[in-house]
Design a protein around this ligand. Structure first.
Ligand SMILES: [Zn+2]
Ligand SMILES: [Zn+2]
Length: 122
């Protein structure tokens, strides 16, 4: 491949912004060490890199958020169970049973999310 500006010079790489061949005289480098043909392309590459970083941190965020659902179920179940237990004079009633079911469901939900997030990592 030849340089996009110098037709008789062999390119050392490809611009990461527009995929044109660049020779050593034309090549610029982005902050991440990618080749670029112009300042405009350096900006474009760096914007893309920033987007990628953002997406990556969003994905990390998601890994934390998966615990929100299960935790909510378990907390609600505990509240239900505690309320029902007290309300029924410290014996089992429907609210207590429902609360316990919520806790079991929350635990199963959390377990499933953990399996799921593990699969996403590989
Ligand atoms: Zn370019
Ligand atoms: Zn050139």
């Amino acid at each position: 491949m030849r340089c996009f500006r110098h037709a008789d010079t062999e390119a050392v790489g490809v611009c990461g912004g527009c995929l044109k061949g660049v020779c050593p005289a034309c090549a610029k480098e982005s902050a991440h060490g990618m080749l670029a043909c112009s300042d405009a392309c350096v900006l474009r590459i760096e914007e893309a890199e920033q987007w990628r970083d953002k997406l990556q941190s969003a994905r990390t965020q998601q890994r934390v958020n998966i615990w929100l659902g299960p935790t909510l179920y378990i907390a609600m179940g505990a509240l239900f169970a505690a309320y029902g237990f007290q309300h029924a004079g410290y014996s089992l009633d429907l609210a207590t049973v429902m609360g316990l079911l919520f806790i079991v469901y929350g635990a199963a939900y959390g377990w499933r999310m953990r399996q799921w997030s593990r699969r996403q990592l590989h």
